[in-house]
Design a binder for this molecule. Structure first.
Ligand code: NDP
Length: 331
């Protein structure tokens, strides 16, 4: 079977030579476990910082390691009554075609509920991230102004839509006019600012006349600094990610710390895998919103495992719209 491994630690901006595509043995099923064929691999930003040899909430990758990632697939062999052959499961497949998985560590997917790909997108880890981060940490109240960066992406697009459902004014920040048009016209945000166009700060001030009650931070760097200067009293800053730092360590321009004191703001970082108890309820609610037409989502799909490195590099530079996936095999 094909696998994609990390060939070496990247030197800041990723390139194709940081990956190797190899032929490996088929995995063998562990007792009590299952063997599954991956159908969709999720490409997630968190994997990029794992490639750097730094202290983190998970051990970093070493050269030769399988690239990690969530995926959804079909059970081919099973030692678990709860997960029979032919059922669909979501779990940590990694960047490979087949995986031996621990039955206790996967979620069974009901393929009747919608496309199975959503189990790693809007009804998967990114969906849980948006739901948990906004509702539990951002605590949006009707009338609040919510600002979300990487607004057209898997997490950001859902954060903004949930904030609209909660009765907030929602301002997105995204790269390019097309993404901003999508965020306003299809996702229903009140405003979306193209951070690549000039006069961002002036446009941001105009778009947040009542300042900012909740900041859902996905990118860090100068965009975060700008938002931090415009918080309301008792604002909640949800620190979800800092994608602008992953590849290039874009320089922060700095923000005034005492402004956070003045506004009595709170900043909370979180890692969604530490809040698994939140996932089932979040998925039930998001699925209902999709059914009611209140939540929309998009997927960008690359084809074949060999395309994973390029699609991953593309996602990190904004080539995706919505959730970036790789279709590894046909359903
Ligand atoms: P996205 O689908 O949002 O894809 C990444 C997007 O980031 C790109 O499309 C691009 O959009 C944007 N981006 C890339 N570089 C920059 C930059 N220099 N400045 C501004 N924007 C940039 O990915 P996800 O929705 O999966 O993840 C979004 C964030 O959420 C990430 O920071 C990720 O690490 C974090 N996350 C955190 C989790 C947690 O548990 N804390 C769990 C899951 C995700 P554009 O074209 O607009 O620039």
């Amino acid at each position: 079977q094909l696998q994609v491994r990390m060939a070496r630690h990247p030197d800041r901006v990723l390139c194709a030579d940081d990956f190797s595509v190899v032929e490996a043995d088929m995995p063998t099923m562990a007792p009590g476990g299952l063997l599954a064929q991956q159908l969709y691999l999720s490409l997630d930003p968190y994997v990029r910082p794992m490639m750097d040899p730094v202290r983190s909430y998970v051990p970093h990758l070493n050269p030769g390691d399988l690239m990690p990632g969530f995926g959804v697939g079909r059970v081919l062999k099973s030692d678990s009554d709860a997960l029979p052959v032919g059922s669909y499961v979501a779990g940590r497949f990694g960047w490979q075609e087949f995986a031996s998985l621990d039955a206790a560590a996967v979620r069974r997917i009901d393929s009747g509920l919608g496309p199975v790909s959503t189990a790693v997108g809007v009804l998967g880890m990114p969906g849980a991230t948006a739901h948990y981060g906004l509702t539990q940490l951002g605590k949006p109240q009707p009338g609040d102004t919510v600002v979300v960066s990487a607004a057209s992406g898997a997490v950001g697009s859902l954060v903004g839509q949930i904030a609209k459902i909660k009765g907030c004014r929602v301002v997105g920040i995204a790269g390019g006019p097309e993404k901003c048009r999508y965020v306003i016209e299809e996702l229903g945000f009140d405003a979306c600012l193209d951070y690549r166009a000039p006069d961002l700060v002036e446009r941001f001030i105009a778009a947040t006349p009542d300042y900012v009650d909740v900041s859902f931070e996905n990118v860090g760097g100068p965009i975060m600094d700008m938002v931090m200067g415009r918080l309301n009293a008792h604002a909640r800053v949800v620190l979800c990610g800092a994608i602008s730092q992953y590849n290039t360590a874009s320089r922060s321009t700095g923000f005034e710390v005492f402004e956070l004191v003045r506004q009595r703001a709170s900043l909370t970082g979180f890692i969604i895998s530490e809040h698994m108890d939140h996932w089932p309820g979040a998925f039930a609610e998001i699925a209902q919103w999709i059914k009611e037409g209140k939540v929309r989502y998009r997927e960008s799909i690359a084809h074949g495992l060999r395309s994973a490195p390029e699609a991953f590099m593309g996602m990190l530079t904004g080539k995706n719209l919505g959730k970036q996936l790789v279709r590894v095999a046909d359903e």
